[in-house]
Write a protein that binds this ligand. Structure first.
Ligand code: MN
Length: 363
């Protein structure tokens, strides 16, 4: 398939990478806390790969706790594999594929590199992170990774047939990914609208409706309550630290940020907390949501928080949303309540200070 000007289209270049790989198994890396866009993009890659005789496992290294995401994988029967840090068997995977991320938001990236699994494919809509050198990269500034995958389908990599239940489930998942990553199409770009128009005749409307109308869990309500109580507002920015959270409840952070953004006069909400993992490790997780068109979450977070010793940025983002993760390293682990409080207060003030300095410079 030739794009105008005789250049090969992205879907043709992806097909070239997959051709001749029959019998291979690929590790599809989702971010540790996968969202609907990532899950549907991974689902699409698996369907495309199977056309070339390639198997694909969708792997994630964290948790899925957001009710909407649980409904998505259950109703649409999308099988994901949770990776819990065990060593990856050598030669089990012949290639690694990164969808909706570029290897910077998953613990799997290093684990796969360790056993020599080459990065084959990166498809993402976040700003370029420069972490990987894959055979095929398709990075586009669009609303959703799902839209990029829908364009591959439209260009014929998989011909959607309504008689195949799996194809209808894929179309529904991709539509959900697009809706969820574009704020119900408000941040959608032309490619996202085109993808939605292409997918629409194939979706299962009742299932999409059911996935989109999940209620908030008790824990999320509780985290929202803490975020409301702790929020500090300056220059239409709203900042809220929510203290300690179990990794199972980490998805409450972006939901609290979404909620804080609904307040009158607020254009940007940032919510963060210390997430504790079953192995005792602790990491600060934060989410940023903004409706301010001149604020680019990616550069805003990179400039505010900087990089770690290895040169990797603590945070990044896309249009209207971003996130950050700061591992506590030596300071991780269960402490006495007094020490835990001190630790939280120290990080809370440090993060507030960084953002307020940055906001002071901006305004
Ligand atoms: Mn996305």
């Amino acid at each position: 398939m030739d794009a105008p000007g005789g250049e090969r289209s992205m879907s043709e270049r992806l097909a070239e990478v997959l051709r001749g790989r029959e019998g291979e198994r690929h590790a599809v890396v989702l971010q540790d806390f996968p969202d609907p866009d990532a899950i549907s993009a991974g689902f699409a890659y698996r369907m495309i790969a199977s056309e070339f005789g390639v198997e694909a496992d969708l792997l994630y290294g964290g948790r899925i706790s957001h009710q909407e995401n649980l409904a998505l994988i259950n109703l649409l029967e999308i099988h994901l594999t949770q990776w819990q840090g065990e060593p990856i068997p050598k030669d089990y995977y012949q290639g690694a594929v990164f969808v909706d991320n570029q290897g910077t938001t998953s613990h799997l990236t290093e684990a796969l590199e360790k056993v020599g699994v080459p990065a084959l494919v990166v498809v993402d809509h976040h700003a370029e992170q420069g972490r990987l050198t894959p055979l095929f990269a398709d990075l586009r500034q669009v609303g959703a990774s799902a839209s990029i995958f829908a364009s591959y389908l439209e260009e014929g990599l998989v011909v959607l047939k309504d008689t195949y239940p799996e194809h209808r489930r894929l179309a529904t998942a991709l539509m959900h990914g697009i809706i969820s990553d574009t704020g119900s199409m408000i941040d959608a770009r032309p490619l996202d609208f085109r993808a939605a128009a292409f997918l629409q005749p194939h979706i299962i409307p009742d299932q999409l409706n059911e996935i989109l109308h999940q209620k908030r869990s008790h824990k999320v309500m509780e985290v929202i309550r803490i975020a409301l109580a702790n929020r500090v507002i300056r220059e239409s920015y709203c900042l809220a630290g929510v203290g300690y959270l179990r990794s199972d409840d980490r998805d409450a952070i972006p939901q609290a940020a979404d909620f804080l953004l609904t307040e009158d006069m607020i254009h940007t909400a940032i919510v963060y907390g210390i997430v504790t993992y079953p192995d005792g490790a602790e990491t600060i997780h934060g989410s940023l949501r903004t409706s301010k068109s001149t604020l680019a979450p990616d550069s805003f977070l990179k400039e505010t928080l900087g990089r770690n010793e290895e040169g990797h940025y603590y945070g990044g983002g896309k249009t209207a949303a971003g996130g950050f993760e700061i591992p506590l390293g030596f300071l991780s682990g269960q402490d006495s309540p007094e020490l835990a409080n001190l630790k939280w207060e120290a990080f809370d003030s440090k993060i507030q200070g960084k953002f307020f300095d940055k906001i002071g410079v901006e305004e």
